[in-house]
Design a protein around this ligand. Sequence first.
Ligand code: PEP
Ligand code: MG
Length: 537
Amino acid sequence: MTTRKGKSLYRDICIGRLVFYRGRREVQRREAADAGEELRRFEEAVAMAKSQLHRLYERSVQTVGEANAAIFQVQELLLEDGEYLRAVKQGIAEGRSYAEYAVWEAGQRIAGKLRALEDDYIRERDQDILDVTDRLLGALAREQRAEAAEEPFILAARDLLPSQVVQLSAYPVQGLALGGGRFHSHTAILARSMGIPVLMQLGEDLEENWEGKTAAIDGFEGVLYLDPDEGMLEKLEEKKREAGRRRKALEGLKGKENITRGGQSVKLYANAGSLVDVEEACANDAGGIGLLRSELLYLESPSAPGEEQQFSFYRQVLERMGEKEVVIRTFDIGADKMPPWLCVQAEENPALGLKSIRLGLERPQLLKTQLRALYRAGVSGNLRIMYPMITSVEEVLQLKQIEEQVQRELAREGIPYARKIPTGIMIETPAAAVLADLLAEEVDFFSVGTNDLTQYTLALDRQNEALERFADPDNKAVLRLVEFTVKCAHRAGIWAGVCGELAADTAFTEAFLRMGVDELSVSPGMVLELREKIREL
Ligand code: PEP
Ligand code: MG
């Protein structure tokens, strides 16, 4: 039995087979002895990859919907015929390469050619070619890809990008073991929202030859076990049962109010990024959606999501939530949440760069498409629109102009839309917090994003795990800014919530309530635990 200590993101236990996520690889050229044999291996790999993609498509339709699952159909088509297959076969037959090299070389060459094209849509297909290349290399090595597994498994990886975490919902993943990662990174937030045990910071040297071994994650202690012995398995099974009993006990709080013993009540909402999360929010009796991270749709899509695709997604969310409030945040993309199709120049400091609302103001057409979809969907429920990463009153005034333009266009086109949608902003930069009195005059609500507010206030990169020891466990600076924000909001007669990860930390619930925070929005799995805490105060 081997053990590794890490940082736990979710308190639960899982036991299963370990599958290692390898990511992109490089292949060196080697000459093949028998081209016929290499061609046969290649044909077999194509068949295996096609059947994996087909299965993946069918599973994703159920979890992320037709539009987002289409990416797997596109990739399957690449394996039907065409330039890519011809190039590989030529590499084997004429170049006398072994199949792995011919696949890799053709993939790199065609992806490079696509990247050089003018047309944005075609250029973005380079990612599909690279993905298919990787899948074929896996098939040639006869690896069982994650999605081929019918049984739930534990996924191990050195690290994952937020966009990779988003795609995991298509797989039967029951736990995540990551070598690196930071607690407040988007990867961590998305992984936590999956409601499964997740360990981070297990060490750079996670070993790929652990593949296929039995593993267990103890999310209470933050420990990964490999080949756990009988005694440990029994202990973990008992702990798992105990966790189940605790969850059952929390279920008794469904339908109860979020009210302290002293009679102070607070709205308790859920953060979400997908329809699956929205279902989880309902299952956990959240009072609404306090933060819908719309950018997940942008990360999942093979190209910029169009108005109809967005409209359909927002409408489904609003209809599911009925009369309950739904706060949809406009796309918060850029920096670590970079969709493969978005072409922006490489930056020295992406977290301080062209991202989030800045991208929306810089490329208004991208924002207008989203606002059109939101205004149209607004007739189907209780929608609020929220803008991320605001730093000045001028930005809010510019956004109001864009809103007016969008509404005028919809009216001119005779398209039904909701006329009065309350709009708010995230307070997640020190500038916004310091200007809260002035900003409160311009918007209908505030929601404090403590993840970024911490990053920007403490000048502490939320992606950099080496900085963890410089984080202030008491969050004194951030709490002062939250208090000031709430005060300014109330003076102006608007409400203020908290939707960063700090909202779910029960060590701070009392402080937030003392400040008069009106709403706490947390990952769906934390709603009932927080309700329990509030009712104890
Ligand atoms: C935050 O910054 O606290 C927040 C809620 O937004 P995100 O974590 O998506 O950046
Ligand atoms: Mg943020």
